[in-house]
Design a protein around this ligand. Structure first.
Ligand code: ADP
Ligand code: MG
Length: 572
């Protein structure tokens, strides 16, 4: 459905047109008309589906001359960035509707500026719950004429602890109003809010592509460096999927891995962009008609491949893009069937990359440990025993074949062994031995921390965000994994999870911060301030001022005697 099929004013149609929007997204199609009618709405749809326009267009459309002197629409967003983003988009919708005055209010920005803007006659306010409350308390935001409240990313707002603020806002605005709520998930706390504050809401739920991903069980295995191929062989043998895809990031890896698997007796083919079209077609046909059980592919070669009945997807390499992960695992679990996705990771860095993917896809990727060779062999033996013991329609012809073989000198026992070996599969013999790898993961919250020391400090005009940025960049960990950063004159200490220390030190040597090569070490408290060359342009320091001017005395002591506090504590 096209935007101009809606009964929108020509000002809005023109603005939307200029944004390059033509077709409405599903959530827009379903929510804009009912929102224009003034109904309460509960909307569920994934990120990137255009929810801002879904509520923003009706909000802008609803503003008339009557709204000139008061706030009529309030939009609550979980973060400052989202508030700014929504504000930006609403401003674009209102480009030709001069009557609309949208103002955003959020923490960490000047209160005075916001007050000034609110005073100049805002009729749409976009803000974070905390700052909105703040303005309400100061009476710089008056909501007594409000007729519409929109909660964007409601679940995220609750996660962030805004429940009380949201409830006070909702209970303080006029009862006669429209209440709109958008959320990616609907936990009970959200339902409680909708029940308490909405009137006969229209429920809109958009099933998206990501939904099918939920049908896919997702696991990961931590594998020692250099042993991914062995791990993959074990997994293919253990689960023996009748049809599976293995994803690699490079063409060379596809070739090497395919060759390895062929050697081990798997029915496998590889596909990538350097192959001739005729070759690719052949490979694809083999995979489609199930004569090839395993297809090893690059992301690009696999694009557009639509094969049903793929039982399992293996991520041999972690995808280079979060979206790829969804595309890859979406190869299984098609057409409402369930499927399984297995991801192999080696080392901390990949562990953190996987965590990012998990966050991005909102998936639950569970850790699993590799089966051992002997477990797999036992499993296969049990299967064969049960399979053979269940056979009950033995034909006369089978006996006659046995007789023939016996005449050739192959007795019954030898025949049976040969047939069982065939069933057991060639890959069994070549299965690698795997000692159980030590799980890498340690607890997250409440973990024991230590400090690392970086030999750069205030003398190089370093700010905490430089340090954090460099660390996040080098380790692939998230900013939240790092604790307190203390910058001293010639060095900096950073609190890190103890379990990650070795990894952090490994992956940060070498590392550059602001163009300076630095060294990261475990902080033992023995770091001495090095009197280096004075940085350029810096005035000669006044020794007194340096010692007592900018920094608190206690800090300086702690700098030299880091566990002073601890020692004091231990005295008691
Ligand atoms: P959500 O809030 O659901 O995560 P957004 O509202 O941020 O999604 O929209 C995602 C992107 O899609 C934005 O860049 C937006 O401008 C764009 N967009 C929204 N609706 C349409 C549409 N109908 N046609 C084209 N692009 C759109
Ligand atoms: Mg959004």
């Amino acid at each position: 459905m096209h935007f101009n099929e809606l009964n929108l004013s020509k000002e809005l149609i023109q603005a939307v047109d200029e944004l390059g929007f033509t077709e409405m997204t599903e959530i827009q199609q379903q929510s804009i008309p009912t929102l224009l009618e003034g109904n309460d709405v509960i909307g569920r749809s994934n990120t990137g589906t255009g929810k801002t326009a879904a509520f923003g267009i009706p909000a802008v459309e609803s503003i008339t001359e009557n709204d000139r002197n008061h706030v009529s629409v309030l939009i609550l967003c979980p973060t400052r960035e989202l508030a700014m983003q929504a504000h930006e988009e609403i401003r674009k919708f209102a480009k030709y509707k001069k009557i609309v005055k949208a103002v955003s209010v959020y923490g960490g920005a000047s209160m005075e500026k916001q007050i000034h803007e609110l005073k100049r006659g805002a009729n749409i306010v976009i803000g974070t719950p905390g700052r909105v409350m703040d303005h309400m308390r100061r009476k710089t935001l008056k909501l007594n004429n409000l007729r519409c409240v929109i909660l964007d990313e409601a679940d995220e707002m609750l996660n962030m602890g805004f429940r009380e603020d949201i409830e006070s806002i909702l209970s303080e605005v006029p009862e006669e109003r429209q209440t709109v709520l958008f959320s990616a998930t609907m936990p009970p706390a959200i339902l409680a809010i909708t029940e308490k504050y909405q009137k006969n809401p229209v429920h809109i739920k958009i099933k998206s592509a990501q939904k099918t991903v939920e049908l896919i069980e997702q696991y990961y295995f931590e594998v020692a460096m250099g042993r991914k191929t062995d791990a993959l062989k074990l997994l293919l043998s253990a689960y023996s999927p009748s049809s599976s895809m293995v994803f690699c990031n490079t063409k060379k890896m596809v070739d090497d891995l395919t060759e390895e698997l062929v050697k081990s007796g798997f029915r496998v083919s590889g596909i990538h962009g350097d192959m001739k079209q005729s070759q690719r077609t052949q490979v694809m046909n083999g995979f489609k008609n199930k004569s090839t059980e395993i297809l090893v592919a690059t992301d690009v070669a696999a694009r557009g491949i639509d094969v049903t009945g793929v039982d399992a997807v293996f991520n041999y390499d972690l995808p280079q893009d979060n979206e790829y992960y969804i595309h890859r695992i979406g190869r299984t679990g098609r057409a409402g069937r369930t499927g399984t996705a297995y991801t192999l990771i080696s080392g901390r860095k990949q562990f953190y990359e996987l965590r990012e993917i998990e966050k991005y896809t909102k998936a639950n990727i569970q850790e699993k440990s590799l089966p051992t060779k002997s477990e797999i062999v036992e499993m296969k033996k049990d299967n064969i025993v049960s399979e053979i013991s269940k056979i009950d329609n033995v034909s006369y012809e089978a006996y006659s074949i046995l007789e023939k073989l016996a005449e050739m000198g192959i007795d019954y026992r030898e025949t049976a062994v040969r047939m069982i070996a065939e069933k057991l599969g060639a890959e069994i013999d070549s299965l690698p031995e795997f000692e159980q790898s030590r799980p890498l993961r340690k607890g997250r919250k409440g973990t024991k921390t230590v400090k690392v020391d970086i030999n750069i400090g205030r003398n190089k005009r370093i700010a905490p965000n430089f340090i954090l940025g460099a660390l996040v960049d080098a380790t692939g960990m998230s900013g939240r994994d790092f604790g307190k950063i203390d910058i001293f004159d010639t060095h900096t200490t950073v609190e890190v999870p103890e379990a990650e220390t070795e990894y952090i030190i490994d992956s940060t040597n070498p590392m550059k911060i602001n163009g300076n090569q630095v060294e990261v070490k475990l902080y033992t408290g023995a770091v001495k301030e090095v009197r280096g060359k004075r940085p350029e342009n810096k005035p000669k320091f006044d020794r007194k001022k340096r010692a007592y001017g900018n920094r608190k005395k206690a800090d300086i002591y702690n700098d030299y005697i880091p566990d002073r506090k601890k020692r004091i504590k231990n005295k008691h």
